[in-house]
Design a protein around this ligand. Structure first.
Ligand code: NDP
Ligand code: TDO
Ligand code: MG
Length: 291
C-alpha cells in the first residue's frame, strides 16, 4: 500500500512517519511540495502521485490567529481538503482527514455524537467544518476523524506550554469549565494507519467505512485538571487554580463541552479511546530523553 501524506513537521505528521506499518510506503508532502493555501496544487499532487490512500495531516491550527486570518484558514482547512477529496474520488482511492471538537458549540454536558448538529464558535472551527462539508460533497470514500486537545513531544501544544510556564511560575490559573479529551498524537497516527489499512483491504466496498468518527483520549478532563496531571506526572511543583473561561479572555471562543462519544470508531474499526495518562507519561519520557 502506498500512502500519500500531507504534512511533514506537525504533531500528527511526525507521529504518522514514525509508525509506518510493515508493507506500507509513505510519501510525505511538505508545505514547499504542496501548499494548502493552493487547493489546485494539492489536487495535482495527488493525481501525480497516484497513491492507494491519502492522509491529510496538515492544517491551519492557530485558533486565535484564525480570528483575524479567516480567509487563509478557510483555504487551508476548507478548500484544500475539499480539492484533495475530489482528486481522491477521481482516482477511486480513500481520503482520510482529521477534524476537531471545535466544530461544536460546546453546549450541554453530553458527549457529542458524530451526527450531532455543529455550531463552531470561532473561525478555526468554521474553517474545519467547511473542510468536512467539502469532503462529503466530493462523494468519494473517506473518513473524517474528529479529535481533540492533541499533544506530543513535538511542536506546540498545551503540555509543552504548561511545562514552559512551570520554568518561571509556581502558580497558574487555568480554565476549569472547558472539558474534553486530551489525545496523544501517536494514538491518532495509530488509528489512522489502521483505518487506512481497513479501507485498502476493501472493507469499505459499498461505502461501509465512509463516514465521520470521533476519537479522543479518556478520561474527559478540564484544562485545569489536565494541567494538574501534567505537573504531577512531570514532578513540577506548580499550583493550578481553576478559573472560569470569562477570566481568561482569548480572541477565539472555545467550547465548554468538548466531550465526544467515540463508540462508532470502536464498532466499525475496533479502535478504542486511548488513556491520555499513559500517553502523557510517554511524551514526558520523550521530552526527558537526550535529543
Ligand atoms: N493540535 C490540536 O490540538 C488539534 C488538532 N486537530 C487537527 O489534527 C490535525 C493535525 O494537527 P497537528 O498535527 O496538531 O497540527 P500542527 O499545528 O502540529 O501542524 C500543522 C501542520 O500543518 C502544516 N501546514 C500548515 N499550513 C500549511 C500550508 N499552508 N501548507 C502546507 N502545510 C501546512 C504545518 O506545516 P509547516 O511546518 O510548514 O507550518 C504542519 O506540518 C489537523 O487537521 C488539526 O486541525 C484536531 C483537534 C486538536
Ligand atoms: C496557557 C493557558 C491556557 N489556558 C486556557 C486557554 C484555553 O481555554 C485552554 C487551551 O489553550 P490552548 O491555546 O493551548 O488550546 P487551543 O489552541 O485552543 O487547543 C485547540 O487547538 C485546536 C487546533 C483544536 O483543534 C482543539 O481540539 C484544541 O486542542 O487553556 C489557561 O486557562 N491558562 C493558561 O495559562
Ligand atoms: Mg493553540
Amino acid at each position: 500500500m502506498q500512502a500519500l501524506i500531507f504534512g511533514t513537521t506537525g504533531q500528527l505528521a511526525l507521529a504518522l512517519a514514525r509508525q509506518v506499518p510493515a508493507g506500507v510506503t509513505a510519501q510525505h508532502l511538505s508545505r514547499a511540495a504542496a501548499d494548502l493555501a493552493d487547493p489546485a496544487a494539492c489536487a495535482a499532487a495527488i493525481l501525480a502521485a497516484r497513491p492507494d490512500v491519502v492522509i491529510n495531516a496538515a492544517a491551519y491550527t492557530a485558533v486565535d490567529r484564525a480570528e483575524t486570518d479567516e480567509a487563509m484558514a478557510l483555504r487551508v482547512n476548507g478548500d484544500s481538503p475539499a480539492a484533495m477529496a475530489r482528486a481522491s474520488a477521481d482516482l477511486g482511492i480513500p481520503f482520510l482527514h482529521v477534524s476537531t471538537d471545535y466544530v461544536f458549540d460546546g453546549s450541554g454536558t453530553a458527549p457529542w455524537q458524530p451526527d450531532d448538529a455543529t455550531g463552531p464558535l470561532g473561525a478555526y472551527g468554521r474553517s474545519k467544518l467547511a473542510g468536512e462539508a467539502g469532503i462529503r460533497a466530493a462523494g468519494g470514500a473517506h473518513a473524517i476523524l474528529r479529535t481533540s486537545w492533541v499533544f506530543s513531544a513535538d511542536g506546540a501544544n498545551f503540555v509543552k506550554t504548561m511545562l514552559r510556564l512551570s520554568e518561571t511560575r509556581d502558580r497558574l490559573s487555568v480554565v476549569g469549565d472547558q472539558t474534553g479529551g486530551p489525545t496523544p498524537a501517536a494514538a491518532i497516527a495509530a488509528a489512522l494507519w489502521r483505518m487506512a489499512q481497513a479501507f485498502h483491504a476493501g472493507q469499505g466496498a459499498g461505502g461501509g467505512l465512509t463516514g465521520t468518527y470521533h476519537f479522543a483520549g479518556a478520561p474527559d478532563v478540564s484544562w485545569a485538571g489536565f494541567a494538574r496531571a501534567i505537573f504531577a506526572a512531570a514532578g513540577r511543583d506548580v499550583e493550578v487554580a481553576d478559573i472560569p473561561t470569562a477570566a481568561y479572555p482569548t480572541p477565539a471562543a472555545r467550547p465548554a463541552n468538548s466531550r465526544m462519544d467515540c463508540t462508532s470508531l470502536e464498532t466499525v474499526f475496533g479502535i478504542a479511546r486511548p488513556d491520555w495518562r499513559a500517553g502523557l507519561d510517554e511524551v514526558l519520557a520523550a521530552l526527558r530523553a537526550p535529543a
